[in-house]
Design a protein around this ligand. Structure first.
Ligand SMILES: [Zn+2]
Length: 84
């Protein structure tokens, strides 16, 4: 699936979730946490659940497209600074 083209959006001093709250930070799009609230609402309205959402986009247990494994930490001796 390819990325959809979207219209350009710019901060406007009001929360983009639709709650109507004014934002103090002129660079902000959302009040804290309201981005996730809006995201969850869109997923629920369009797909019904997060599971249906990820499956619709090619993810799932058999897809092998899930989150990438975390990188392994370097060996302990390589993480020590100035150790003897
Ligand atoms: Zn909001």
């Amino acid at each position: 699936m390819t990325k959809q083209s979207v219209q350009a959006v710019y901060p406007c001093g009001e929360c983009y979730c639709g709650c109507g709250a004014a934002l103090d930070d002129p660079r902000a799009f959302f009040l804290t946490g309201h981005d996730k609230r809006a995201e969850a609402e869109v997923i629920r309205e369009k797909y019904g659940s997060v599971v249906a959402f990820v499956v619709a986009h090619g993810y799932g247990p058999k897809s092998r497209r899930g989150p990438k494994p975390k990188l392994a930490l370097p060996p302990a001796h390589a993480r020590m600074r100035g150790g003897k």
